[in-house]
Write a protein that binds this ligand. Structure first.
Ligand code: IFM
Length: 480
């Protein structure tokens, strides 16, 4: 593993929580959520173009056609980041911009866009962190089975090689997949995300092929860019049983298996967990799905685990009338939890964000400590954390988002506590730099530190952006 550029101890001085020296303060976005320009520079449609243009799939009929027009305004956006002191920018590559159709040669115009973006970042002293896949599979690959087809993992390896060859001289930190749980289980299980399939067997197949894609990409990056840091970003669920009854504890075990260990098992421990295989044996034949050597390939060592956290999952014993989707993952008649469809999900008491997600920073602390205990020595970064709130522009054009500041403050304090308690946490990426296309919710939910007026594309840093800039400048947050 490359030497850590970061120390791993935090301190508290009077009135403030100090983060480790060289703790990395970042912000994150994703291609389809901000770029727009969906038909420019040789880009071909992704599954999200198809899905968002299908009536009834996205709130308000919104699409990513224009989004934040970042494709044309990336210089402005880098300047804004620079003014805030952002040290690292996590963005994703649009596969169908880099390799239209997901097969064959690279698209020079697509690569040029990412070269220009990364050059601009480097000129501003901002570290680029590139995510290879944030949910926008080329539609042509979906037409031949998408993630339910093993071949898609092979295509992902080839695409990774094209990206590494073109951008490896500029990008040193790579994330293979963002939240493969969503790609597999919301995309092929509950169907609230593209491609909108609702088949538990396809969802489990997709999970395995996403794991395999991660393994293939990691191997390609290692061989093409021996000095690069390789990571994956998982939206690990902080699963909490409603009570300590054996039935509730078993419900938590089941959701942990199909929500977390389906990825961390093969990626970090070299095997699918036996209880997951047992819970889902009636849905897929794992012996046929998983070929000899797959688990070893998926377990290719990573340098850093990215954790995306928003809210905990409180669960109780299965019952026939369990809500199909569970809280926090959208409305559908189909479950995103194959084999554990009838587990009940509960919204904990207390405040929620505009997504209806419980605000609970102890979930982040517990998650960081759980992962640290399960995988000692594994460097971590929070690659997404933030909240959607009902932002309103004041008459003088400001956004006084005190609720978002409180959310960030509480969650950063939880990160600080985890560092103090021994977690090796290298950085934090606020979700999101900009208001953007929030998938099935369209533009109705705003997660940005920077407000975007979608009619004029005017960017206005919110009060939270200034608060975050101060945290970066002082490498600390207030103690209370
Ligand atoms: O906007 C998403 C992002 O694309 C992936 N993680 C969760 C965010 C908020 O829902």
């Amino acid at each position: 593993m490359p030497a850590s550029p970061l120390a791993s101890t935090a301190t508290a001085t009077l009135g403030r929580l100090d983060f480790p020296p060289r703790f990395l303060w970042g912000a994150a976005t994703a291609a389809y959520q901000i770029e727009g320009a969906v038909a420019e520079g040789g880009r071909t449609p992704s599954i999200w173009d198809t899905f968002s243009h299908t009536p009834g799939k996205v709130a308000g009929g919104d699409t990513g056609d224009i989004a934040c027009d970042h494709y044309h305004r990336y210089r402005t956006d880098v300047t804004l980041m620079s003014h805030l002191g952002i040290q690292a920018y996590r963005f994703s590559l649009s596969w169908s911009r880099v390799q239209p159709g997901g097969r064959g040669p690279a698209n020079p115009a697509g690569l040029d866009f990412y070269r220009r973006l990364t050059d601009e970042l480097l000129d501003a002293g901002i570290t680029p962190v590139a995510t290879l896949y944030h949910w926008d599979l080329p539609q042509e690959l979906e037409d031949t089975g998408g993630w339910s087809a093993r071949e898609t993992a092979e295509r992902f390896g080839e695409y990774t090689a094209l990206a590494a060859e073109a951008l490896g001289d500029r990008v040193n930190v790579w994330t293979t997949l963002n939240e493969p749980w969503c790609s597999a289980f919301l995309g092929y299980g509950s169907g609230v995300h593209a491609p909108g399939k609702t088949d538990p067997a396809l969802a489990l197949r997709a999970a395995h092929h996403l794991n395999l894609a991660h393994g293939r990409a990691t191997a390609v990056l290692r061989s093409a860019l021996p000095d690069a840091q390789v990571a994956v970003s998982l939206n690990l669920h902080q699963v909490r049983p409603l009570t300590t009854s054996p039935a509730d504890l078993d419900a938590a075990r089941r959701i942990d298996a199909v929500g977390n260990r389906v990825f961390t098992g093969p990626m970090l421990s070299g095997a699918y967990p036996a209880d997951l295989l047992a819970d889902t044996a009636h849905i897929v034949d794992w012996d046929t799905l998983v070929h000899a050597g797959d688990e070893a390939a998926i377990a290719a060592p990573i340098d850093l685990l990215g954790i995306n956290y928003y809210t905990p999952a409180v669960v109780s014993a299965p019952s026939p009338d369990a809500a199909a989707a569970g809280h926090a993952h959208g409305e559908s008649d189909h479950s995103p939890w194959p084999g554990s469809e009838d587990v009940n999900f509960h919204l904990p008491p207390g405040e929620t964000t505009e997504m209806g997600w419980a605000i609970d920073p102890t979930g982040l602390y517990d998650l960081l400590m759980d992962v640290t205990r399960a995988h000692p020595g594994l460097p971590l970064a929070i690659t997404e954390n933030g909240g959607a709130f009902p932002d309103a522009l004041t008459p003088d054009g400001q956004v006084d988002d005190h609720d978002r500041i409180a959310y960030l403050h509480q969650h950063l304090a939880a990160v600080h506590q985890a560092v103090d308690d021994g977690a090796d946490i290298r950085g934090y990426f606020l979700w999101s730099l900009l208001d953007n296309f929030e998938w099935a919710y369209g533009y109705a939910k705003r997660f940005g530190a920077i407000h975007v007026d979608y009619d004029t594309q005017l960017r206005t840093p919110k009060r939270s952006a200034r608060w975050y800039a101060r945290a970066i400048a002082t490498n600390s947050v207030p103690a209370s």
